[in-house]
Ligand binder design. Structure first.
Ligand code: ZN
Length: 191
């Protein structure tokens, strides 16, 4: 039986990650030498595009892993682990904490380099430890003097569409009263 036939049967002709029934094809897991059903997925175009290009990842699409990461098949578990590592969010951390891969699978999963620089990764968190992402909105939890001006950003001010300082987890930037200012993450709360 061809690999595709095996996968069609295994998946009941659905994307093994998100359950879509359209535009399905065989996806061989990258960075793994071994070929065959153990290291291949039957997946939809949407999933494949985002697995191949990190820039195209739509985090919400991958909420599907909530269910599919419990698949009995190695390839699905490996790819779920990789994608969860690529998306920085509280919910992906929660799922990763629950997703147990045995040593052999974990090694295969890590072959792509995912999950490796966790210790060095810069993660911005608000006063409650909630992860902040580019484009989030926050509210100031105290009055803040703005450096180099007489302006005071008032407690309770909402700051929309924040930018993250990629070199420093303590700082974000946002617009207050029409002015772009640097804000310390411990003085904001995500809204
Ligand atoms: Zn899919």
């Amino acid at each position: 039986m061809s690999l595709e036939k095996i996968l069609i049967q295994r998946s009941s002709n659905e994307c093994e990650l998100c359950g879509s029934e359209e535009n399905l094809s065989v996806f061989q897991l990258p960075d793994i030498m071994e070929n065959g059903a153990k290291t291949a997925l039957y997946a939809c175009n949407t999933c494949i595009m985002q697995m191949e290009d990190e820039e195209k990842i739509d985090p919400n699409h991958w909420r599907c892993l909530n269910e599919s990461m419990w698949s009995e098949y190695d390839a699905v578990q490996i790819m779920a682990w990789r994608m969860l590592n690529r998306i920085e969010a509280d919910w992906t951390q929660d799922l990763l904490n629950m997703l147990y891969l045995d040593a052999e699978l974990l090694e295969l999963a890590k072959a792509s380099g995912d999950g490796e620089e966790d210790e060095n990764k810069i993660i911005h968190r608000d006063v409650n430890g909630v992860i902040l992402e580019h484009g989030d909105s926050v509210v100031l939890i105290k009055d803040l003097k703005v450096k180099g001006s007489s302006m005071v950003a008032k407690q309770g001010t909402a700051v929309r569409n924040i930018r993250l300082d990629h070199d420093n987890a303590t700082y974000i930037e946002g617009r207050v009263d029409g002015q772009q200012i640097v804000i310390v993450t411990e003085y904001v709360k995500k809204i």
